[in-house]
Write a protein that binds this ligand. Sequence first.
Ligand SMILES: [Zn+2]
Length: 199
Amino acid sequence: MTELIEEVIVPAREARTIEVKKGQILEIVDLEGQQVGDVAVWMAADPNEYLSPSHTVSSLSKLVPEVGDPVLSNHRTPLLKILRDDVGRHDLVVPCCDPERYAIDYGEPDHGSCLASLEKALVDEGLDLPLRGEMCWNVFMNNVVEDGKIVTYEPPHAAGSLIAMEAQEDLVVALSACPQDISAVNAYNPTPMALRVSA
Ligand SMILES: [Zn+2]
């Protein structure tokens, strides 16, 4: 039986951070369903070592990690181990959405983005951590490779769906509740998420 240590609500279209100690359980929870989160993770002891989706895909030789798999850093250190996954759909290929994505691809330069939300959360919480869009794991994103193309479908998962992972190191975690409402990413309706740490 685990005990909840901290819960952080991530409002729709915003981002928040949480600390997770080695051995504790991190949950990323979709409170209302069909929502994608963009997560960045840093080693507390050395923020230049951080979650790397591309290194994870490389070492696992699979596009979507599964229960039992580790999620790796840019130095291939296991940072998190997946214990439970209610959704089973994730994207580790594309970066998080950023201002240029909306300006260039959608003609909406003033649209909110995961990258801007994450940058604001780090500033608001006084954290000086390196951040780039390609560091982000797109949790619950229903991207499927079809004939060499990446096709984005609406996520079908229900309210309360979560992924639970055991921290393998002391970590700082940032989560953006993705504000994308122009494509199917969040079923056209961005909603809040939660970060939970338990032990
Ligand atoms: Zn996004």
